[in-house]
Design a protein around this ligand. Structure first.
Ligand code: ATP
Ligand code: MG
Length: 358
């Protein structure tokens, strides 16, 4: 099925460097869309600290409502730790991920020459479960995952469900099929016999549906070590929420740091959210030096995903062109940013990618 309906895409800049890297990603996507004849309706939406000022809420109801009418959106990093302690100054992440059932956070790691990667030929993807686990504000138990029954004792509850495990594992198996057909489940079922045990049980059951995918399971501490020594031995990795959060930052460290860590949040098929792995980097915000690669690549992943899920061949070509232009710009030390051994800044990198698209 092919479709030429305009893609409706939200622009949510987020906080701090989000105001620099999201416009960069949008400029590049606009240039690529123009070259490849892809119709896009862009919809800027308020979120974060600026939305608190303009709309009285960090996730205004109008924004949430508008998101429901879109094909996907680009979310800049959110600096919620600096929000004032007000009822309307919430961290929007858990609401976004839960409202749209974005249970799989797909985080690729890839090495490029000359930018300070610790290894060559790294090409792996960590699929992190996004809506369960230890995250205190996300658990379904009594609204919070943390309890302090006495001043001496704190309990953290980790939620793992069969449904949650199965659906993230399925997303990972599907991805493995599009890549080198190798899936690694990462867990600690030696200690967390019930919770990690359930996660691994569901992965193993599903493996029967994917006889063409080679599977491995690796205990999380061993995986952390092997990721540093031998990252080339992994293709797609699936794991629970907190392990995935930690390991994807470790993976980013192998290939030049957080500026090189893109991500796409997906669910059961309807919408997707482009979101870089890194935070809002308040320490470098407003100086025009943030590396926009992760945000640009997250945006490219969104268009590739939309291209396939909506049967929009133009969006697939647009994503391919973005990939080629971004790779070329990374090879230009004058254009790329300082964190990846460049002499450039956000604007010079963005312009190099735009030139590459023409
Ligand atoms: P979060 O809790 O939201 O994950 P964090 O505490 O992990 O946030 P980040 O905001 O990701 O922190 O920043 C960690 C470090 O990485 C900071 O020194 C920041 O400047 C740097 N950093 C993050 N993103 C980028 C980027 N795109 N370009 C350059 N440096 C970055
Ligand atoms: Mg972080």
């Amino acid at each position: 099925m092919t479709s030429t309906l305009p893609l409706r895409i939200g622009i949510l800049e987020g906080d701090d460097i989000g105001h620099e890297i999201v416009p960069a990603a949008v400029e590049i996507a606009r240039a690529a869309a123009a070259t490849h004849g892809v119709a896009i309706e862009w919809k800027p939406l308020a979120i974060g600290a600026r939305a608190l000022e303009t709309h009285g809420h960090t996730l205004p109801p109008q924004t949430l409502e508008a998101l429901g009418t879109l094909d996907g959106w680009i979310l800049g990093p959110i600096g919620h730790r600096a929000y004032p302690r007000l009822p309307n100054a919430i961290n929007p992440h858990p609401i976004l991920r839960k409202s749209f059932n974005l249970f799989a956070n797909v985080r690729p790691t890839r090495s490029y020459p000359g930018i300070g990667c610790l290894h060559e030929d790294v090409d792996l993807v960590i699929v992190r479960e996004n809506n369960e686990g230890f995250q205190p504000d996300r658990n379904m138990v009594a609204g919070s995952g943390e309890f302090r029954p006495t001043d001496e004792v704190t309990l953290s509850v980790r939620v793992i469900t069969r449904t949650g495990s199965r659906r993230v594992a399925r997303a990972a198996f599907e991805l493995a099929r599009q890549r080198r057909r190798h899936l690694t489940y990462v867990h600690k079922d030696t200690v967390f016999k019930l919770s990690c045990g359930m996660f691994v049980e569901e992965c193993r059951k599903l493996a029967a549906d994917y006889p063409d995918v080679r599977v491995d399971d690796v205990i999380v501490d061993t995986f952390a070590m092997r990721l540093v020594r031998d990252p080339q031995s992994f293709d797609v990795v699936v794991t629970t929420n907190m392990f995935g959060d930690i390991l994807s930052d470790e993976a980013a460290g192998l290939v030049g740091g957080l500026g090189m860590a893109p991500g796409l949040c997906i669910g059961d098929g309807d919408v997707a959210m482009a979101q870089a792995t890194h935070g809002s980097a308040p320490d470098i915000a407003g100086r025009g030096i943030a590396n926009p690669y992760a945000m640009i690549e997250s945006t490219r992943m969104l268009f590739e995903w939309l291209g396939h899920s909506r049967g929009n061949a133009g969006a697939v070509r647009m994503a391919q062109a973005m990939s080629a232009a971004t790779t070329a710009a990374l090879g230009d030390a004058q254009a790329r940013t300082g964190d990846i051994r460049g002499q450039g800044d956000t604007a010079s990198f963005t312009q190099a990618v735009v030139r590459g698209l023409r």
